[in-house]
Design a binder for this molecule. Structure first.
Ligand code: PEP
Length: 248
């Protein structure tokens, strides 16, 4: 089965609303490719601006985070139904920056996966190992464990809609990219893990991205690999290079 390519930008804590509008205008023609799902995952404050700016184009809007309750006394947080009503379709969870800086663990991430689906949002679930784990040679077990915990109680039909982003932490924002073979090895293992946890049809359907210093120069090789269905892009998502990645 041919899986549809998905190229998502993770803008992180960059772009004021006026800068976001400008970036959408800069990228508009560069990312116009109907054969690819193109997603801008943007700061919450930019969502309304970006939804308006990409209306009528092939670009979908994603969020970078939310909290697992629908509403209530959670000062500073945003809920999944709020994102949905604002026009968001995808939402990132399990990003290493949220795991490491904000202490999010697999139990919370699992709750986020379920809440996103309940609210009609598609999760982009991130996983990946640190440099220490990579050097210790235990990265396969590490990523397998993350996926297994994060998907506990999630149905096969939901997993078919899921996007998993393999993001080795040592390659995020460092300029050091995993080689295409290193990325393929882990993305293949993720698909095999989904086959073990669910079934072959679910493993065949789930889309797996690579993320970590993907850029205009290395995207084509990474995306040529059998189990790499797209990319989650940080730094290069804020530049015209993003268009080259979409069309790689
Ligand atoms: C990311 O943080 O999701 C990411 C992949 O960042 P970068 O492309 O900058 O390494």
């Amino acid at each position: 089965m041919a899986r549809r390519r998905i190229i998502a930008g993770n803008w992180k804590m960059n772009m004021t609303p006026s800068q976001a509008k400008e970036l959408c205008a800069t990228l508009k023609d560069l990312v116009a490719n109907d054969a690819v799902d193109v997603v801008y995952c943007v700061p919450a404050i930019d969502i309304t601006t970006v939804v308006e700016a990409v209306a009528g184009t092939n670009v979908k809007v994603g969020a970078e985070n939310f909290y697992i309750e629908d509403k209530g006394a959670f000062t500073g947080e945003i809920s999944a139904p709020m994102l949905k009503e604002a026009g968001v379709e995808y939402v990132i969870m399990g990003h290493s920056e949220r795991r490491d800086i904000f202490g999010e663990d697999d139990i919370l991430i699992n709750a986020k996966v379920k809440k996103a689906f309940a609210a009609g949002l598609k999760p982009i679930l991130c996983c990946g190992e640190s440099l220490a784990v990579r050097k210790a040679g235990t990265y396969v077990d590490w990523v397998k464990r993350q996926i297994t915990w994060d998907l506990y109680g999630v149905t096969a039909d939901q997993v078919k809609e899921l996007v998993i982003a393999y993001e080795p932490i040592w390659a995020i924002g460092t300029g050091e990219t995993a080689t295409a073979d290193q990325a393929q090895e882990v993305c293949k293992m993720i698909r095999e893990t989904i086959a073990d946890l669910y079934d072959a049809a679910t493993a065949e359907a789930v889309r797996i991205q690579y993320g970590g210093s993907m850029n205009a120069g290395n995207a084509a090789e990474l995306l040529s690999k059998d189990d790499i269905d797209g990319g989650l892009i940080g730094g290069a998502a804020l530049k015209p290079d993003f268009g080259q990645i979409v069309n790689a």
